[in-house]
Design a protein around this ligand. Structure first.
Ligand SMILES: [Zn+2]
Length: 144
């Protein structure tokens, strides 16, 4: 059995149990799904990973759902991709360049590169706006 978190077009949240994901698709296609609260047939899956029942108990630590994690990693990978495409790579000159831009000595633009922890600390202390670059998106083969 697969549990799906569903919601209707009135944003009522409820759960549905299905024999398989194709079971859900089948019922949805035939208009058999309706909101138990308002009877709306505008039912859709919430953006959430299905919980699979009957598998061995999860470890007690509040683990991040692997599907959620994958989505987050993909989103972060997208940010990284945008940065890599649109920002100037300055390598280990990052700290100097970021400071020069901050002080108006260098052309204002997006840059990325490497900096030591010490450099990062100094930049932050001086009010230079920097952020760690998210990791690259995992390759499909690395996920499961
Ligand atoms: Zn409803």
């Amino acid at each position: 059995m697969i549990r799906y978190a569903l919601s209707c077009d009135h944003d009522h949240a409820f759960e549905g149990w299905f024999g398989s994901s194709s079971d859900y698709d089948d019922q949805a296609a035939r208009g058999l799904l309706e909101c138990p609260l308002c009877g709306s047939k505008g039912v859709r899956k919430q953006i959430m990973a299905p919980a699979v029942a009957g598998t061995k108990a999860q470890k007690s630590a509040p683990a991040v759902d692997p599907k959620m994690r994958e989505m987050m990693m993909t989103a972060m990978g997208e940010v990284r991709r945008q940065v890599e495409e649109n920002f100037d790579y300055v390598g280990d000159r990052f700290a100097k360049e970021a400071r020069d831009i901050h002080e108006g000595k260098s052309e204002e633009r997006g840059i990325y590169g490497e900096a030591s922890a010490k450099e990062v600390k100094a930049l932050v202390e001086d009010g230079v706006k920097i952020a760690p670059l998210p990791p690259a998106a995992p390759k499909k083969t690395e996920v499961n």
